[in-house]
Design a protein around this ligand. Structure first.
Ligand SMILES: Cc1cn([C@H]2C[C@H](O)[C@@H](COP(=O)(O)OP(=O)(O)O[C@H]3O[C@@H](C)C(=O)[C@@H](O)[C@H]3O)O2)c(=O)[nH]c1=O
Length: 180
């Protein structure tokens, strides 16, 4: 297993060991003791899976209360994954970091609590899988506007993305509620 730094030190890019043989491959996608050692210091309580078609953009989501740390990865296809630091006391407050995660590179991104998260689908289909350190509380969920000029996220989009109604009505960075 390899851990690669990102432009936001608390966000970790993780490459699990992948064992390939004539049948295909095997990888451990999470192992508590080892992931704790590399800095994934949360306890996961929920696993989620979503499937999206090319051009879909989900996000940028966060829960102001019951903030979720997330370990995200892709089992099929390829995505551009983004985390935005919403911790006011952080030196990287308001900054974003990104990674391309795919079924081929096997990369995982660990996003601690205190961040907004979203992704854009680059392949025909993407099967997205993630672990969360707190439960889903729709009443605490917020959507930060994906294309807020102040954030200036360099999404690799070629045309208008496919968005949920909720995500079309994201709130600009200047008006959102932050973490302390
Ligand atoms: C996130 C979530 C959604 N749902 C339901 C609510 C709704 O009816 C349906 C689809 O929800 P959404 O449109 O919010 O799904 P989606 O846009 O995929 O939401 C996800 O986006 C990515 C970027 C994240 O970071 C995740 O934490 C989560 O917010 O699934 C759950 O039951 N449990 C959950 O944990």
């Amino acid at each position: 297993m390899e851990v690669r730094p990102t432009s936001i030190p608390d966000v970790l890019l993780i490459k699990p060991s992948v064992f390939e043989d004539a049948r295909g491959f095997f990888k451990e996608t999470y192992q508590e003791e080892r992931y704790h050692k590399i800095g994934v210091g949360v306890q996961f309580v929920q696993d989620n899976n979503s499937r999206s078609q090319r051009g879909t953009l989900r996000g940028l989501h966060y829960q102001l209360e019951h903030s979720q740390g997330k370990l995200v990865q892709v089992f099929r296809g390829e995505i551009f994954d983004v985390a935005v630091d919403l911790r006011r006391s952080s030196p990287t407050f308001g900054k974003w970091t990104s990674a391309i995660l795919s079924e081929h590179n096997h990369l995982q991104l660990y996003i601690p609590p205190g961040f907004a998260h979203g992704f854009y689908v680059l392949s025909e289909l993407a099967e997205f899988s993630y672990k969360c350190s707190d439960y889903y509380f729709p009443e605490h969920e917020k959507t930060l506007l994906w294309n807020d000029p102040q954030l200036d996220i360099e999404w690799p989009i070629t045309e208008s993305p496919l968005l949920s109604e909720k995500d079309q009505q994201g709130i600009p960075f200047s008006n959102i509620e932050y973490f302390d």
